[in-house]
Design a binder for this molecule. Structure first.
Ligand code: ZN
Length: 170
């Protein structure tokens, strides 16, 4: 098992738009394995490759609860096919945004297409928590964090607090 460093705000790679993959080779397979280990270890329900410093369109997710068996989902080159007009607002957190949670409005339902690790087409029609996690992770691949979707004042307050915490660490 190899754990990767999860990069945190304001690391610039988190603002990069991830590039699509044109195929999966051994190095990508290894990266996905390490991302999966890192996600479970954190623990988190999803991880985008740019969170570990690789701006490529790769997501790993698992929204199963602690009592359930692991159910890892790997999506290469995810594309949003459909987003419901109906939305809901719930608290989110992010491994790349330490010490913060905030409410974010998201579509209730999403349809995502992409490829799996074997290069097979994948389509996921999700509602509720999985729909939210998919939107959060696809945002990462577009260089966006959930704090870009909250009120400006709330975001500024967090950014100030985070910068202060980082300055005190030095
Ligand atoms: Zn995140």
């Amino acid at each position: 098992m190899a754990l990767l460093e999860i990069l945190a705000f304001p690391h610039p790679v988190l603002k990069e738009k991830a590039k699509p993959l044109d195929g999966v080779n051994a190095a990508i397979e290894k990266l996905v394995q390490n991302m999966t280990d890192t996600m479970y270890h954190a623990p988190g329900v999803g991880l985008a490759a740019n969170q570990v410093g690789v701006p490529k369109q790769i997501l790993v997710l698992d929204v199963s609860s602690a009592e359930e068996a692991k159910n890892t989902l790997v999506i290469i080159n995810p594309q949003i096919i459909e987003l419901s007009k109906e939305t809901e607002t719930t608290e989110e957190a992010c491994l790349s945004v330490p010490d913060f949670r905030a409410e974010v409005e998201r579509a209730v339902r999403i349809v995502v297409a992409g490829k799996d690790l074997n290069g097979e087409d994948l389509e996921i029609d999700a509602e509720g928590f999985l729909a939210r996690v998919l939107q959060h992770e696809i945002d990462h691949l577009n260089g966006m964090l959930y704090i870009d979707r909250i009120g400006k004042l709330k975001r500024q307050r967090y950014v100030r607090r985070r910068k202060k915490a980082l300055a005190e660490k030095k």
